[in-house]
Design a protein. Structure first.
Length: 282
């Protein structure tokens, strides 16, 4: 702890701590939607599929923060909507189309990166470079996080109806398809905004683990959203401190710590854990 407290005199450390608070809360909040939608594997697939977009953007415009983020966003939208288009216009199901597009794109991205000779420079976007975040990166993350949280909070009632009773949602006049696209866009934007913190390979952990952990203790949707945000924020900050003490990569430490907390919840939760208490046995 003393190592981290001493480093707080450095602006780079204070910026990283603020990034953990901000990105951790936004990802944790949005993770409630991912968990309730049961779409963690799809989001994980899309997060890995960001690599080809990043590679193409760097090849065309150079290695800049805006080019990497734009490329990642384009790749996510292309793979997500492309797989949906294939599923709706053929006999191939959505998961199969998603797997084919993501693996093909990932392979193409690796080839392009090797030809460009920029693998080392891209490591922070692949595996996280929390300490390298600039003020502009933080402002971008702040804007996306604030918009995502405000929108999901304002639309929480129709979102929950859509998740649990899609037919009822349509009968109530809720624009189901438009809302689905909006929610997909919000998740992708939050995913992209956390790239430099944890990287496209590890980002799905931050976007799933917080709410998955809270889900082991509560059935309440508001608790899932706000509790996921709080756990994501506090867990990210704790992982940053731990990474300083042990000299571990910050992004990997965040996902490892959140995964460990989930494992403990899975084992110890009195309601839904491995050794849960059965009311009938009382």
């Amino acid at each position: 702890m003393s190592v981290f407290l001493q480093s707080l005199d450095l602006e780079i450390t204070r910026r990283a701590l603020f990034a953990c608070l901000l990105i951790g809360f936004a990802n944790g909040y949005v993770s409630a939607f991912v968990v309730l939608r049961k779409s963690a594997l799809k989001i994980g697939t899309i997060s890995h599929g960001l690599l080809p977009g990043i590679a193409v953007a760097v090849a065309l415009f150079g290695l800049f923060s805006w080019s990497v983020l734009a490329g990642a966003l384009f790749a996510a939208i292309f793979i997500g909507l492309g797989s949906l288009f294939v599923a709706r216009t053929s006999r191939i199901d959505h998961d199969t189309a998603l797997a084919v597009l993501y693996t093909s794109g990932f392979g193409g991205g690796l080839i392009l990166i090797s030809r460009l000779g920029i693998r080392q420079k891209l490591d922070e976007w692949l595996f996280g470079g929390l300490m390298g975040m600039s003020d502009s990166d933080l402002w971008l993350a702040f804007g996306i996080s604030a918009a995502a949280i405000l929108l999901l909070t304002a639309l929480q009632r129709p979102i929950l109806i859509l998740l649990f009773e899609p037919n009822v949602a349509a009968s109530l006049g809720i624009p189901v398809r438009l809302l689905n696209y909006l929610l997909f866009g919000i998740v992708i934007l939050v995913l992209v905004s956390s790239l430099q913190a944890v990287g496209c390979i590890l980002s799905v952990g931050l976007l799933v683990a917080p709410a998955a952990t809270i889900y082991m203790f509560s059935d309440s949707a508001p608790v899932l959203f706000w509790g996921g945000g709080l756990l994501g924020s506090l867990g990210s900050c704790a992982a940053l401190i731990l990474s300083y003490q042990l000299n571990w990569p910050a992004g990997a430490t965040i996902t490892l710590l959140l995964g460990t907390v989930f494992l403990l919840a899975f084992i110890l939760s009195p309601r839904y854990g491995l050794f849960r208490i059965n009311p009938a046995s009382k």
